[in-house]
Design a binder for this molecule. Structure first.
Ligand SMILES: *Cc1c(COP(=O)(O)O)cnc(C)c1O
Length: 423
């Protein structure tokens, strides 16, 4: 498609966008700017207008029913998480048995690693991406410590010298090199810094070929890119609800355990009563009997208020579908890249910016990470003042994520205008 860096072109594209009405389902932050641009759906998604209704329902039921709400609320709290399961399964390409929602992301990573990082003999190492999100780094370091494994058994795959992205062949080579020393591959689906989306099917295949367990952190992938977890076959995965999934700050996290482990009752795990057989849960007898599937990793009863926000957001995804979101995302992100590359006096010969995110739409989601080649943080502040909500990463990267559900081509156009005038 031939893009044009004009308001008219952007408006024409918005008018043809099948998802354009979804923008109205969200509440945009207050701003004094004429054309504010919210590009941080990769960090905190916007509030669905329906979230309040869903949360108020639970507050009302709590007020009206007290403890009876566990069974007599409009959506009984006892099984509230089950109302999310089918929609979540669809969103990540899993069977309902394979997914569950509760706790927070880092908590879930730990719970899953308690079962799936089982160092034995010489098979002790963990492979992960360099520049993984800090919480993941701390989680992995502490997992090694808990098992008494030296810190250097955490192995990183980095971009090559002078490069920003990790070459996928380097990941595969590293996995094959480590071979039977490799216990776990724990990889981020979409890297939070560069926006690189990895071939999760191939990482799984190669990880499994050397006998390692494969798990994914999908914080920047869920709701952003189409996932096919059951088919790709990782052992486990987890993601958070508050980024692309728009499900409230610190909101509940989803997790996946592949069907092949659904009935492995003997897998060691950190257990809690909500993971116990529903038939006998309230007999409160000793002896943990896990529910088959992902639900067997739940510790605690459902945090209903957070789940209510998640339910509101999931219904929007259900209606929009990941198929349509993906189609719009590729077009919108490509347009934003075009606008950035044609901004101000920037040109191919004399670029002011370098987009470090992969150009290939199959290798990225919505996010673009824009490296400022001549400007510094002052540029970012100037953008902010013009009403752009984006994210700055030291030393010189601006991260922007036009999300398909509530951003449009006009947002991209204004971003380009503000970028030019801020230079
Ligand atoms: C956002 C993010 C987290 C945050 O973890 P919480 O437990 O939700 O605070 C962890 N890992 C990655 C990769 C993230 O992008």
């Amino acid at each position: 498609m031939n893009f044009e860096n004009t308001l008219e072109f952007a408006r024409t594209m918005d008018a043809q966008d099948p998802l354009r009405d979804f923008r109205d389902r969200f509440i945009f932050p207050e701003s004094s700017a004429e054309h504010p641009v919210y590009f941080t759906g990769n960090s905190l998604g916007l509030q669905p207008k329906t979230a309040k209704t869903f949360i108020l329902q639970e507050l009302e039921d709590w007020g009206r029913l007290g403890v009876e709400g566990h069974f007599h609320a409009k959506r009984p709290w006892y099984s509230y998480h089950e109302t999310l399961t089918n929609m979540v399964a669809k969103l990540v390409g899993a069977k309902p048995l394979e997914v569950c929602t509760s706790h927070s992301l880092t908590t879930n990573l730990h719970l899953l690693m308690a079962s799936f990082y089982r160092p034995r003999g010489t098979r002790t190492k963990i492979l992960c991406e360099a520049k993984a999100f800090p919480s993941d780094q701390y989680a992995l370091e502490s997992q090694l410590k808990i098992h008494g494994i030296p810190a250097d058994h955490l192995v990183w795959v980095s971009p090559r010298a002078q490069e920003e992205l990790i070459r996928e062949e380097d990941i595969y080579e590293r996995i094959l090199d480590l071979g039977d020393e490799l216990a776990l591959v724990l990889w981020g689906g979409v890297n939070y810094y560069t926006g690189q989306f990895f071939d999760l099917k191939e990482i799984t295949r190669i990880g499994h070929s050397v006998g390692a367990v494969v798990g994914f952190d999908l914080a920047h992938a869920a709701g952003n890119v189409a996932l096919h977890l059951h088919e790709w076959g990782p052992d486990f995965a987890a993601w958070c609800g508050y980024k692309y999934l728009n499900s409230s700050p610190g909101g509940v996290s989803g997790f996946f355990v592949h069907e092949r482990h659904a009935h492995s009752k003997d897998l060691p795990r950190l257990a809690g009563w909500w993971g116990h057989n529903k038939e006998s849960r309230f007999s409160m007898a000793p002896g943990f009997d896990p529910i088959p599937g992902a639900e067997g990793w739940q510790l605690s009863n459902a945090p209903v208020l957070g789940m209510a926000a998640h339910l509101a957001a999931l219904e929007i995804f259900e209606e929009a579908t990941m198929d349509r979101i993906s189609r719009k995302r590729d077009l919108l992100t490509a347009y934003l890249a075009f606008v950035v590359e044609n901004c101000g006096t920037s040109s191919k010969e004399n670029p002011l910016f370098e987009i470090i995110t992969p150009q290939d739409p199959k290798k990225r989601g919505a996010q673009l990470s824009i490296k400022c080649l001549s400007a510094g943080k002052a540029l970012f502040h100037a953008l902010n003042q013009r009403g752009v909500v984006a994210d700055w990463r030291e030393p010189n990267v601006i991260r922007v994520a036009p999300t398909a559900l509530y951003n449009g081509f006009e947002d991209c156009f204004w971003f380009g205008q503000y970028l030019s005038s801020s230079l």
